[in-house]
Every structure is written in structure tokens, then in C-alpha cells.
Design a binder for this molecule. Structure first.
Ligand SMILES: [Zn+2]
Ligand SMILES: [Zn+2]
Length: 395
């Protein structure tokens, strides 16, 4: 059974649903989120926020809300709440009447719901102001692989508004609506990208002795790379090394000059990430050399995401808020870490905090064209934020 939410939040459900479906119908990608950011800023101003700052980290929005006794005197009375605004380059297949109006773009990760839940909490908290200090509402662009959180940090977000803690919510398919979960400690993986180029000497397929075959060298590198996780990384440290692309050659009778590959790595600590990268570079160099080929390993475009690590004290506060909203039986504190990456990691590097999951029910998985955020989860997300505000900045 789902716990009931308060009447004041239940009364917001029709409006929250309307906002969520409007965001869903108009998905925007990466940093290019003008409509979403404008609507967020307009609404925050409409709720009576004390300050609304647009264009942070290109297109992020910050809203400041002071408690009943006025602004925070310092970081100890200031806390950051984050939502993400961007969608994905996926063609929607839900058939919903509010489905994406843009070809090849959809809210397949539920960021439409995250933005709506934080807006709902913004509205409610602006009415009550039952907290002591200042809440910094952060609506970030470019969560999906483009490090929008880091862009907002680089733009001075945490220097202008130092905070004692930072919190974020992500929906999770398979967790019942009205239930919550959190991973203690490392929650989401670090990720790294590498381009591997193997160069040999091309030639006629009939005369392999006159060439240096980069395809054989590339194949040997692919196989040797499998030993990084199985033979090098501590078996108690989760890690993934995937070769995700391999391109070389065209004709039946030609040995090509080069092969290009892509490699994606995942792990839960900087130390393991460094070990994997060092070993990958060594395997590439030594294997290519053994076969008379040359190799270059280049880091892929963009900033690698660090692991998302929940902090102990802040996780406990988040758990108290979740239990207050959903009842203790609907809150799990033993969720297993996820190999996906999350750019709230950049915030949690600077500030202690917690990243938690709100149940999305029996939906398709994230990033699937059939996925949809569950509107029934909206009031639970709003209730969590409102409860959390009361607990992190008690009046
Ligand atoms: Zn996503
Ligand atoms: Zn997401």
C-alpha cells in the first residue's frame, strides 16, 4: 500500500501532471534547453522566489528561496536541491497522447518528471517557508553525458552559493510507485571513453607476409583487454571494460592499413579507473608492438564522469525524509550500486549529499523508447523534497 501524501500536495496533482506532460511533449537535448529553462525560471518567479538566475553553466537555472526568517547567513544554513532538464536522442514509441512532438527526441530518462517534482516542491515551500536558511534550487542542463553539473560548478554555482549539503532524485523503473531507495556509499559508476587506433601496413590479402595486419593486432587487443577485469582489478571491485566499436577494412582481398576501436570503462573509484586506464594503454602498446603494428589510445570527447558517492550523514537524513513520506516499509537502504553514470557526481565531489531513487512502478527501463515517467510518482517526489527541506534546515 502506498502511503497517502498530504492534502496540500495531493491538491497539486492535476497541475503537476499538466506540467510534466507539457515538458514531455517538448523534449530538448543537452545544453540546448531554452523552452524548459524559460518555463522553469518563469514558474519560480511566479511562486515568489527571492532570486532566479538564468544562464548558469550555459542554460542552467538557479532559484533562491529564503525561509521565514530571511536569508542564510552562511553555507551552514544553505542547501542545494537539484533536478535535470534534458531529454535523449531517441524516437518515442509510447503512443501516449502527450508523446514527444519532436522527431528523434524524447524524455526517456524521466527528467521531465524530475523537473516537475522539484518545481512542485518549489511552489509548496515558497508558500510555507517552513525552514531556516536558504534553499538553492538547481535545474541543470546536459545531464546525459555532457557534464552539465560541472558546467554550472565551473560557472561559479558553488562559490556564489556555498552549501552544506546537496541532494538529487532519480526515478527508478521496477521500484513501486510510492516507494523509495538509496545506495549507501558509491551509488553510480565512473565512466571513461577511449579511441584506440591500430596502424599496420596494408596490402594484398594474398601476400600477408608483405603487410602488417592491423586486424589481427586489433583482435589480439580486444581479447587481451578482457583480462583487465578478470586478472588485474581486485575481484571485490566491480569494473567493466567494453570494446564497443571496431572498424577496419572493406574488401575481401585487401588487408587494411588501420583499425579504429572504441572502449568504454566503468568502475566505482578513481583508483580502479586509473588502474584500468593504465593497463588498457599498456595492453594496447605491448600487443601492437608484439605484432609489428603501432597504436594510439586517445581519451574520448567530453569529461569522464567520476563515481557518484553518497555521503553517510546526508544519506541518513534523506532516509528519514523518505521514511516520513512513504512509511519505513516502503524505503530500502540496501539498493545495489548501478553501473550507469550520473553527473550529480560532480556536485558530490565538492559537497556532501545524497542521490536517491523514487519508484517509477512497472515501466519500461530508462533510455528505452517505451519508457515514460509515471505521473503517479509526482506527489511522492514533491513530498520528499518538502520533507527533506524541513529536516536539512530545521526552523
Ligand atoms: Zn539517462
Ligand atoms: Zn536520468
Amino acid at each position: 500500500m502506498n502511503a497517502p501524501v498530504s492534502n496540500s500536495i495531493a491538491a497539486m496533482i492535476p497541475e503537476l501532471t499538466e506540467w510534466r506532460r507539457d515538458f514531455h511533449r517538448h523534449p530538448e537535448l543537452g545544453y540546448d534547453v531554452p523552452r524548459t529553462a524559460r518555463l522553469v525560471a518563469e514558474r519560480l518567479r511566479g511562486f515568489g522566489f527571492d532570486a532566479v538566475i538564468e544562464g548558469v553553466g550555459k542554460t542552467g537555472v538557479l532559484g533562491l528561496l529564503h525561509g521565514a526568517d530571511g536569508p542564510a547567513a552562511g553555507a551552514e544554513k544553505r542547501v542545494l536541491f537539484r533536478a535535470d532538464m534534458d531529454a535523449l536522442p531517441i524516437h518515442e514509441a509510447t503512443g501516449a497522447e502527450y508523446a514527444s512532438s519532436a522527431q528523434g527526441r524524447m524524455h526517456a530518462c524521466g527528467h521531465d518528471g524530475h523537473t516537475t517534482m522539484l518545481l512542485g516542491a518549489a511552489r509548496r515551500l515558497a508558500e510555507t517557508r517552513e525552514f531556516d536558511g536558504t534553499l538553492v534550487f538547481c535545474f541543470q542542463p546536459a545531464e546525459e553525458g555532457e557534464a552539465g553539473a560541472q558546467a554550472m560548478i565551473d560557472d561559479g554555482m558553488l562559490e556564489r552559493f556555498p552549501v552544506k549539503g546537496a541532494y538529487a532524485v532519480h526515478n527508478w523503473p521496477g521500484v513501486p510507485v510510492g516507494a523509495f531507495g538509496v545506495v549507501r556509499g558509491p551509488a553510480m559508476a565512473a565512466t571513461g571513453k577511449f579511441h584506440i587506433t591500430v596502424e599496420g601496413v596494408g596490402g594484398h590479402a594474398a601476400f600477408p607476409h608483405l603487410s602488417r595486419d592491423p586486424i589481427v593486432a586489433a583482435a589480439a587487443i580486444v581479447m587481451a583487454a578482457q583480462t583487465i577485469v578478470s586478472r588485474v582489478v581486485d575481484p571485490l571491485d566491480p569494473a567493466v571494460v567494453s570494446i564497443t566499436a571496431i572498424h577496419g577494412g572493406e574488401a575481401f582481398n585487401v588487408i587494411p592499413n588501420r583499425v579504429e576501436m572504441k572502449c568504454n570503462i566503468r568502475c566505482f573509484s578513481d583508483a580502479v579507473g586509473e588502474t584500468i586506464e593504465k593497463e588498457l594503454r599498456r595492453i594496447c602498446a605491448d600487443t601492437a608492438a608484439a605484432l609489428g603494428a603501432r597504436v594510439t589510445v586517445e581519451t574520448g570527447a567530453g569529461i569522464p564522469y567520476p563515481p557518484t558517492v553518497n555521503h553517510h550523514a546526508e544519506t541518513e537524513i534523506a532516509l528519514e525524509a523518505m521514511r516520513a513520506v512513504a512509511g519505513p516499509r516502503n524505503v530500502r537502504d540496501d539498493v545495489r550500486p548501478v553501473m550507469g553514470a550520473e553527473d550529480f557526481a560532480f556536485v558530490l565531489r565538492q559537497v556532501p549529499g545524497a542521490y536517491i531513487f523514487v519508484g517509477n512502478g512497472d515501466s519500461a527501463m530508462l533510455h528505452n523508447p517505451q519508457y515514460d515517467f509515471s505521473d503517479a510518482a509526482l506527489p511522492y517526489g514533491v513530498a520528499y523534497w518538502v520533507e527533506l527541506a524541513r529536516r536539512v534546515l530545521p526552523a
